[in-house]
Design a protein around this ligand. Structure first.
Ligand SMILES: Nc1nc2c(ncn2[C@@H]2O[C@H](COP(=O)(O)OP(=O)(O)OP(=O)(O)O)[C@@H](O)[C@H]2O)c(=O)[nH]1
Ligand SMILES: [Mg+2]
Length: 441
């Protein structure tokens, strides 16, 4: 369902976990990618800009919370902000307390199907739902509802007068023993004056305690305007986003619905009657990111961090290439990147392009081979590595000279950064040491 979004975000997050360093530049890179990905899934640009600004502020301008590395903090912030972009989780079971539920929505948005799904859901929870056909514009509409009712063993009222207002009156008299009545209104191509008048009048008669707007996910960001319009007219209390299967715009539709302030209560994920899920943005984001569970992921990120002794060395500027080697090894310890990807539910199934993964891994392997090809002196005093020596090392390690230089550059960057931190002030150094040697990359 979320193939594109999930694949790209999953990749982004994986790079963040497995990247050799997370610094300001890396965070900016991630934000740019995130922006692109959300645009592709048709999330409104204003919402994206706000999200990116919020993440940037939290990750780069505010202090990283104690006990978290920048890497973990960035991961968690992205996750939290995405969850809030996609709205709140509705109160568990609130739909079970409703007595009159009215469905509204444009042509083919999935009203009738979703009503049947909801009736099934309610019935399974001990309710006695009844359905009322209010669409007498499309001749086949009442029959469709009737058939679904028969399939579920749920009573359906169809007015012989073929009049929606009569149907409301008749049904309220007929279904006094049913604890919930669901009304299936007519759709239109657009929310025109006719439909508006009809819905308004029906709303006044029904006095529903829940008005649900069915919105197809493939509307993407346009969902917002539609939700606003229906809301002004009949006062919607909830949204069900249908047809989440088979569109890359689901994220856009959910964000749009959330932005109107309307709660998404359920999502429709297929044509079958059991394909209705209670909406849970946390679960949605996990799936979207291809992350089974955030905690496991954070644990993994933690394991890849530095040991305290190493951190101390770095702070004192004694970080050698041997130490760098050790650091690379500790990243390797969390298993091959391939394996990590496979472990995360969803990610494995997303058929990630292997080249990005493999590239990361290869690079680290290369670094290790290069360091192993150095003499003992070179490892403790990397400044010895002039161009003649670089040539020799490259040959010995079977890599390009540029690889050797790149490794040295990475090493120098890390060393410089940590020295800067160390020099910064004593309190900061103490704080970092107290954090168990977890360095901010
Ligand atoms: N794939 C998929 N198809 C769905 C979903 N929900 C509804 N549909 C399909 O969308 C089409 C329209 O669904 P309806 O329930 O008839 O829509 P409606 O809003 O009642 O349509 P009108 O009464 O004509 O306005 C049908 O073919 C449904 O099977 C869903 O979650 N996933
Ligand atoms: Mg219908």
């Amino acid at each position: 369902m979320l193939d594109n979004l999930g694949k790209n975000l999953g990749e982004l997050i994986r790079n963040l976990i497995t990247g050799t360093s997370v610094d300001k530049e890396a965070v900016e890179g991630v934000l740019q990618d995130l922006r692109k990905i959300l645009l592709q899934s048709d999330v409104d640009i204003d919402l994206i800009d706000k999200l990116v600004a919020d993440i940037r502020k939290k990750c780069l301008q505010e202090k990283t919370p104690a006990g978290l590395t920048l890497r973990e903090h960035v991961l968690k912030t992205i996750y939290d902000e995405l969850v809030s972009l996609l709205g709140e989780k509705p109160a568990e079971g609130d739909i079970l307390t409703r007595k009159r539920i009215m469905f509204v929505g444009l042509f083919g948005s999935g009203k009738t199907t979703t009503i049947a799904k909801l009736a099934r859901y309610l019935k399974k929870r001990g309710k006695t739902p009844a359905l009322v056909a209010l669409d007498y514009h499309r001749p086949a509409a009442p029959q469709q509802l009737q058939q679904l009712g028969e399939q579920l063993g749920v009573p359906v009222h169809v007015s012989e007068q073929k009049d929606p207002y009569a149907a409301v009156r008749e049904a309220t008299e007929k279904f006094t023993k049913n604890d919930v009545i669901i009304f299936d209104t007519a759709g239109r191509n657009a929310l025109d004056a006719d439909l508006a008048a009809e819905l308004k009048k029906l709303g006044d008669m029904i006095k529903p305690d829940e008005v649900i707007l069915a919105i197809p996910a493939d509307l993407g960001k346009i969902a917002r305007r539609q939700a606003d319009e229906f809301n002004k007219l009949v006062g919607i209390t909830g949204v069900i986003v249908t047809k989440m299967d088979g569109t890359a715009k689901a994220g856009g539709a959910l964000a749009a619905a959330a932005a109107t302030g309307a709660k998404v209560k359920f999502i429709g994920t297929g044509e079958k009657l059991d394909e209705l899920d209670q909406y849970d943005p946390t679960r949605f984001v996990s799936r979207m990111l291809g992350l089974g569970d955030m905690q496991t992921l954070l644990d993994k990120a933690k394991e890849a961090e530095l040991r305290p002794e190493l951190a101390e060395k770095m702070l004192e500027g004694k970080f050698t290439l041997d130490d760098f080697f050790e650091q690379i090894e500790s990243v390797g310890k969390i298993g091959s990147l391939d394996k990590i990807a496979g472990m995360l539910p969803g990610l494995g199934a997303l058929k990630l392009p292997q080249d990005a993964l493999a590239k990361q891994e290869q690079q680290l392997k290369k670094y290790k081979t290069i360091i192993q090809s150095l003499t003992k002196e070179e490892r403790t005093t990397p400044s010895l590595l002039n161009s003649v020596r670089v040539k020799r090392v490259a040959k010995g390690a079977g890599v390009a000279e540029s690889d050797v230089r790149e490794m040295l550059k990475q090493y120098e960057q890390i060393k410089k950064l940590t020295r800067m931190l160390g020099r910064g002030n004593k309190d900061m150094m103490k704080m970092i040491k107290q954090l168990g040697g977890k360095m901010p990359f």
